[in-house]
Structures are given as C-alpha cells and as structure tokens.
Write a protein that binds this ligand. Structure first.
Ligand code: NAP
Length: 310
C-alpha cells in the first residue's frame, strides 16, 4: 500500500513529490502521457525565480524530477491513470492495467490544449495543424512559409514570436481587438515586423483536407461577417487549456469548466485526496504557483497521514 500517490509530473507533481519524499513518505509519481507536463513543450521560461537568464522548460522539469528522486521518489511511467475509486479508503487506482492502493492521493494532472472544435482542424492535426510551436515549429514543412497562430494570450504571443524564426510571415488571428497577454509579451509581439495581427477574427475552416496538408485558413471578421482566405502551411492553435479531470468527476467536485474545487488549502471534498496545479487553477496558471500548490498539497497529505496514525 502506498502512502502517497501523485498523479501527474508537472511542476505541481514534482514539487509535491519532493516534499513528501523529504517527509520520508516514499511517494509514487505516475507521470501521465506527457512526463514533465506542458512546460516541457515550452521554450525558454523567463519567470521562474532563480534563473536570471531563463531556463529551458524541459530542463527545468528534468531538474525537478532529479531533485524529487534524490530523496526517494519512485516514478511509474505507465502513461495515465485509467480509473480511480475514491469511495472508500484505502483509495484504489488503476494505472497501466494494474491496481494500486493508496492512503492519500495528490491530483496534479494539469490541463491540455483547447481545440477550436472544427472538423477540418481534427482532420489536419499533425498535417499542419499543431498545438505546440516549440515541438513542431522547426519542421521543414513550415520553413519560409506563411504560418497562422490563433489566440490572444501569452501562449499565442510566445508561439508567434518563436515562429518568426522559421516563417516568412506569421498571422496572429485573435477574436478580439486587444491581446489578453501580459504587457511585456504583447508589446514584444506587436513590435515584431514579421507578425501581422488579424483582429476581431475567427477561423471557420482549415483548408487542405483533400491535399492532406494545410494550405490555408478561412477567416471570418466577427464584426462585419466578411470572410477571406489566408494561405499558410501551418496553423498553431494557442487558445488556452482544459483541465484533465474527467476520471475524477464521479468522486471529486469540479466547477462548470471541470476545474477541481478546493475545499480550503489543497483539500478536495474527499478527505485524503488533495489537489495542486492547473487542474484546479484557472486564475494564476503559472509554473511557480503550481509548484507552490504542490508544496501545500504535500504538507497537507503529510499532516493527514500523521493524524491517521496518531
Ligand atoms: P489564456 O491566457 O487563457 O488565453 C487564451 C486565448 O485564446 C485568449 O486570448 C482567448 O481569447 C483565446 N481563445 C479562447 N478560446 C478561444 C476559441 N474557442 N477561439 C478563439 N480564441 C479563443 O491561455 P494561454 O495563453 O495559454 O495562457 C495560459 C496561462 O499561462 C496564462 O496565465 C499565461 O500568463 C501563462 N503563460 C505564461 C507564459 C510565460 O510567461 N512565458 C507563456 C505562456 C503562458 P479572449 O482573450 O477573447 O478570451
């Protein structure tokens, strides 16, 4: 029987692992399908304290994992947890086809990329439609080609700026007439001569299904309803995230968008199940806040176990 099972291996998961390992609880981390979480797909992280020159997202996560393992964290790479039963203690989890029992669980499953919801988007995924510029931007198919980025937040600005290294021009299509991104990111984006803003607009179709590769997008101006086509070789979608909480919903309270509701601190509505990071936070969504929440969840799990044994 495990003392603590941590589901997810982003900033929240590894920080929870570090703290519970140092409390001698020998935590088990189940990494999920993307070990290291979404930060491994970002380029340079400039706002994590302690790295004045910035740090590569993948490197930051690798360092966090090493630090957690140094104190006795064990890692299960068997992809995702398929099912949980939090109706009784010990809790039951099914991961990689095997059943596990746990005295406490920390949910740190993060969030996944939001999709536009177009049929043509799905049909052309990996054929020019992508959700990660850092992962795919350097592919030959995108070199010296016009590219489209969708969104108006920090991710869209970061992706658009990154893609100017490869593209002939980057069109940033946003549904409003101002960016949601932080001022520094927005200013950098608007000042970049290779980025052309397409304001008040939505993509209604990704073109190229017959050719089996993206050839362009249909764009609708939301104020005039006028439609036009932009030729491009790639569409990079950066319109936010949806929390990875589906399997917990039979037991754990979530809000209308699926974010886990914290019942004070890092507690959920089930005593012994704690939560940390982006799967319960739609407000801050930063690496550093996820790490802080991982620490809080670990301390609460440790106190919960101590109280059970008292
Ligand atoms: P976000 O801040 O939620 O922005 C999502 C953007 O997509 C918004 O501009 C939104 O438009 C647009 N959008 C949402 N649904 C859409 C739809 N169905 N169709 C078209 N557009 C849609 O998400 P994010 O940019 O991924 O950032 C998430 C968090 O990570 C933020 O807290 C951000 O600060 C942080 N982050 C930080 C960095 C960094 O500091 N290096 C980098 C990336 C992300 P509206 O504006 O109209 O709502």
């Amino acid at each position: 029987m495990e003392n603590v099972v941590i589901i997810g291996s982003g900033c929240a998961g590894w920080t929870a692992a570090l703290y519970t390992a140092r409390a001698n609880l020998k935590p088990l981390v189940i990494t999920g399908e993307q070990p290291g979480g979404l930060l491994t797909t970002t380029s340079i992280v400039e706002n994590f304290p302690g790295f004045p020159e910035g740090v590569d997202g993948y490197e930051l996560m690798t360092r966090m994992q090493k630090q957690a393992e140094r104190f006795g964290t064990r890692v299960n790479y068997c992809n995702a947890v398929q099912a949980v039963d939090f109706s009784k203690r010990p809790f039951e989890l099914t991961a990689g086809g095997e059943k596990l029992e746990a005295k406490t669980v920390i949910i740190a499953t993060g969030a996944s990329h939001r999709h536009l919801g177009l049929e043509s988007e799905d049909l052309l995924e990996k054929k020019g439609v992508t959700y990660c510029a850092t992962c795919d931007g350097a592919l030959p198919m995108f070199r010296n080609q016009p590219l489209v980025v969708v969104g108006g937040g920090d991710s869209a600005c970061e992706e658009a700026t990154f893609l100017t290294r490869f593209a002939s021009v980057v069109y940033l299509v946003h549904r409003r007439d101002s960016l949601r991104a932080s001022k520094i990111m927005a200013d950098r984006t608007l000042a970049n001569p290779k980025i052309k803003m397409v304001w008040d607009s939505a993509i209604t179709e990704v073109l190229g299904v017959k050719q089996e590769k993206v050839t362009g997008v249909k764009v609708k101006h939301l104020k005039t309803n006028a439609e036009h086509t932009l030729d491009c070789a790639g569409v990079f979608i950066a319109i936010g995230h949806v929390p990875n909480t589906g399997i917990f919903k039979p037991f754990i309270n979530t809000d209308e968008n699926g974010y886990i509701i914290r019942a004070g601190g890092a507690a959920t509505n089930v005593p012994g199940v704690f939560v940390a990071g982006d799967c319960s936070d739609h407000v801050y969504r930063q690496a550093i806040t996820a790490a802080g929440m991982g620490c809080a969840a670990a301390i609460e799990a440790e106190r919960f176990l101590a109280a059970q044994n008292a």
